[in-house]
Design a protein around this ligand. Structure first.
Ligand SMILES: Cc1ncc(COP(=O)(O)O)c(C=O)c1O
Length: 396
């Protein structure tokens, strides 16, 4: 019997993460000797701050290398609650907090702990790839809510309310957004929370990019009065502290939900790596000055990328207000007839110009590609020049 026939059905409800696929394709080309410019990876190019690295080295030398509590050490949970309180004015306690193996794991655990087969989960478009797959894996039904490019891809409470039914269990909001860089105003976010709490719908806020905001002050909807009853925070140290490889994320949620997630985690990964947890404590409690340094550099790159993209005939772009992605509309290039959609555009761009971008269809829109500007200025200059040439040659 072919091995594929043996694969469990639930695996067919999910697909390979397209962002990871782009990175793998770019890597393969690079190994074959191609001069690839990689705009695919959503990964800070800064080193992890040295105080955080030192905490991990100390953890090893003092033999902090054994199992810990499944949901993280009490010290780290305390530190996460404290950081969230200092940054956003929330008042979580360690029993409402758990540490996970990256932010993605917090989202996975939350969705698996809450969503029953047939439950509806509202997801604004464009969305981060993983939401759809983790909901499908739980047997839930994704209900996509379109946003308008003309209003900066910002979802509204009114639009969300129209999609709530008696089966709606959860709404997932990611602000700043991967891939569009859209940021919800505090006012609209509050209206969304009012709608979900009134209708007994949980609101998961993915705060992965919460510190990378180009206008205004970072805030958490979890600080709103009575938010703790229905708001679920998925957090991550990956981007804020340039710690993608350390795999530390967290969830803040009502204690019974944390208990359910903990049960699941106890039978899958157990605790996140003990050494990374020590690094996480330093990230939470140590100096925070690396964050504004990174933000200033991202802003410089964002301004360059947006200006350069706008110089390419036919390309339009909504100025990202947060995170480190640009999401240009390249739909006019389809008129050439040489590429028909964002997947063909990205595939041809990689083949002809060795520039890796992620096709918009991975995020639920077809006229866009995602460019990560978490890479050096010189790479941005080279890559955008090649994209300009590519589009020009399509029209020739
Ligand atoms: C929107 C969003 N949420 C969560 C994550 C999870 O990051 P990690 O699992 O590295 O903490 C990512 C990573 O790319 C992301 O873009």
């Amino acid at each position: 019997m072919p091995a594929t026939a043996e694969i469990a059905e639930r695996i067919s409800t999910i697909s390979v993460s397209s962002t990871m696929k782009v990175s793998a394709d770019a890597d393969r080309l690079r190994r074959e000797g191609a001069d690839v410019v990689d705009f695919g990876a959503g990964e800070p190019d800064f080193p992890t701050p040295s105080n955080i690295k030192q905490a991990a080295i100390d953890a090893i030398t003092t033999n902090f290398t054994k199992y810990t509590n499944t949901g993280g050490t009490p010290e780290l949970r305390e530190a996460i609650c404290e950081r969230h309180r200092l940054d956003f004015g929330t008042n979580y306690t360690p029993s409402e907090c758990m540490v996970t193996v990256g932010g993605k794991h917090a989202i996975f655990n939350l969705v698996q702990a809450l969503v029953n087969p047939g439950d509806e989960v509202i997801i604004p478009v464009p969305y981060w790839v993983t939401y759809k797959d983790v909901v499908n894996y739980a047997g839930g039904r994704c209900v996509f809510v379109e946003t308008d490019e003309s209003t900066g891809f910002e979802v509204t409470a009114a639009r969300i309310e129209r999609h709530i039914t008696p089966r709606t269990k959860l709404l997932i909001i990611n602000s700043p957004s991967n891939p569009s860089g859209a940021v919800l105003s505090q006012e609209e976010f509050l209206k969304i929370f009012e709608v979900t709490s009134k209708r007994d719908v949980f609101l998961m806020t993915d705060e992965c990019y919460c510190q990378f905001l180009y206008e205004g002050t970072p805030f958490s909807i979890a600080a709103a009065p009575r938010a703790k009853e229905t708001v679920l925070v998925a957090g991550s140290l990956s981007k804020t502290y340039s710690m993608t490889g350390w795999r530390i994320g967290f969830a803040l949620a009502p204690a019974p939900i944390i208990g359910a997630m903990m049960k699941l985690q106890s039978h899958s990964t157990s605790n996140p790596t003990s050494i990374s947890q020590k690094a996480g404590i330093e990230a939470m409690r140590g100096p925070q000055d690396s964050v504004p340094v990174m933000l200033a550099e991202y802003r410089r790159r964002r301004d360059f990328v947006v200006d350069r993209l706008r110089q390419i005939p036919g390309v339009t772009i909504v100025t990202p207000k947060g995170a480190f992605y640009a999401y240009p509309n390249i739909g006019l290039a389809f008129q050439s007839g040489r590429v028909k959609n964002s997947l063909e555009f990205s595939t041809e761009l990689l083949a002809k110009k060795q520039v890796a971008v992620v096709p918009g269809e991975a995020f639920g829109t077809n006229n866009h590609v995602r460019i990560s500007y978490a890479t050096s200025m010189s790479e941005l200059e080279r890559g955008l020049e090649r994209i300009d040439q590519f589009i020009d040659e399509l029209d020739a």
